[in-house]
Design a protein around this ligand. Structure first.
Ligand code: MG
Length: 157
């Protein structure tokens, strides 16, 4: 089995919808990005690609490529799943933590699990989504942005 890690952070700005784990979350700000800015899915994709020794999302989906402008990150996660399959790997499990002072993540985390599991063809039981605040410390704590970390295990298919 192989393990990978991923990290991502995006800035919160007005006039964008907030998408985390493929769920539209009601909030007065959203994450600035070339794609939909779904930090937790970005961290998960990097963890999966890392576990397979296949680089990172920047190499597979460059933000200079207009095909990926405002694209759903869940759609990109499905593409990562297909890249892994082609290279002879399948995901075993995924664990992630979203770092945000606000909004509250827990009411949405079950839906995120289902979206992520579906994109990867995994059982939702193999996907875990956690969230924490930073007790108002740092950029997440000041509400300037949201970050996410992820770990993933893969095995030869
Ligand atoms: Mg990102």
């Amino acid at each position: 089995m192989f393990i990978g890690i991923g990290y991502d952070a995006h800035r919160l700005i007005e006039g964008r919808k907030l998408v985390l784990g493929g769920v539209d979350i009601p909030y007065n700000k959203g994450l600035e990005a070339h794609s939909d800015g779904d930090v937790v899915v970005h961290a998960i994709m990097d963890a999966l690609l890392g576990a397979c020794g296949l680089g990172d999302i920047g190499t597979h989906f460059p933000d200079t490529d207009d095909r990926y402008k405002d694209i759903s990150s869940i759609e990109l996660l499905g593409k990562v799943g297909r890249i892994m399959e082609k290279e002879g790997y399948r995901a075993v499990n995924v664990d992630a933590v979203i770092v945000a002072q606000a909004p509250r993540i827990s009411p949405h985390s079950e839906f995120m699990k289902i979206n992520i599991a579906q994109a990867l063809g995994l059982s939702p039981a193999r996907v875990n989504i956690k969230a924490t605040t930073t007790e108002k410390m740092g950029f997440e704590g000041r509400g300037e942005g949201i970050s996410a970390q992820a770990a993933a295990c893969v095995e030869p298919a």
